[in-house]
Design a protein around this ligand. Structure first.
Ligand code: ADE
Length: 232
């Protein structure tokens, strides 16, 4: 699976792939990371990539020409490139999107900077547009890394243990039950006794109850969904 980051600041992104799971996946040729900097496509003699908004408004926008030309190149090189824009003005990214996007062969993430991107670029090239939450970041780079990470771990072979893909929070409506590592008692804090006894059916029942508690506390609206599903 190939990812292309379309960004004015590739340095912000590169470090993330230099360690741990995604580095291993790149070393195994499961993932390939590519960068495209719109500044290199600018026709402006000072390589300018921003401009004021037509009709007024605060701040600068990423302007059309460098983005049109870089995205044209991407599409010419690989017409199957799935182009995703990151902006706070979009649908929220969810786990089912991560699973769905993991089936693509090439995803390009376009990160906005300044006050945003000329809307014509989004209209012309976006296959999808996502926000990662109801807050404003200084740019889309972090958001594109969030999507890339969440998608990558759903690509076959990226996670060592495929079991860990299935039982997690958001695969079901409930949040995941708490987990514990060794030692069984640490500074007087014990792992729940049921976890220690090895009776898998009892452990499962307890885990469901604990999942419900966590969900009720952190995401009460999700628990409501769970209960509605149970009663269908
Ligand atoms: N760019 C700035 N804020 C963002 C957000 N919340 N999600 C995606 N892209 C963004």
């Amino acid at each position: 699976m190939k990812f292309t980051f379309v960004t004015l600041f590739p340095n912000l992104i590169e470090g993330y792939f230099q360690d741990s799971i995604l580095k291993r996946a790149i070393d195994k040729d499961l993932l390939k990371i590519n960068y495209l900097n719109p500044r290199e496509f600018s026709n402006n003699k000072h390589s300018k990539v921003d401009d004021t908004a037509v009709g007024g408004g605060a701040g600068m926008l990423m302007n059309t020409q460098p983005l049109f030309d870089s995205l044209d190149l991407l599409k010419t090189e690989d017409e199957n490139t799935h182009i995703v824009f990151l902006t706070p003005v979009a649908k929220p990214f969810r786990q089912n999107d991560a699973k769905r996007l993991a089936k693509k062969t090439h995803i390009a993430f376009v990160s906005g900077r300044y006050e945003g991107i000329d809307e014509r670029v989004i209209e012309r090239y976006a296959d999808e547009v996502f926000s990662i939450g109801d807050y404003i970041l200084t740019g889309g780079e972090l958001a594109s890394l969030v999507l890339c990470d969440a998608v990558s771990r759903n690509v076959q072979g990226v996670l060592g243990n495929s079991d860990s893909l299935n039982v997690e929070s958001f695969e079901s409506v409930l949040l995941e039950a708490p987990s514990f590592s060794k030692p069984k008692i640490y500074r007087g804090n014990e792992v729940p006794k049921e976890y220690l006894k090895g009776n898998h059916s009892k452990i499962r029942t307890l885990k469901i109850a604990l999942s419900e508690c966590k969900t009720k506390f952190f995401r009460p609206e999700q628990l409501l969904k769970h209960k509605t599903k149970e009663n269908l």
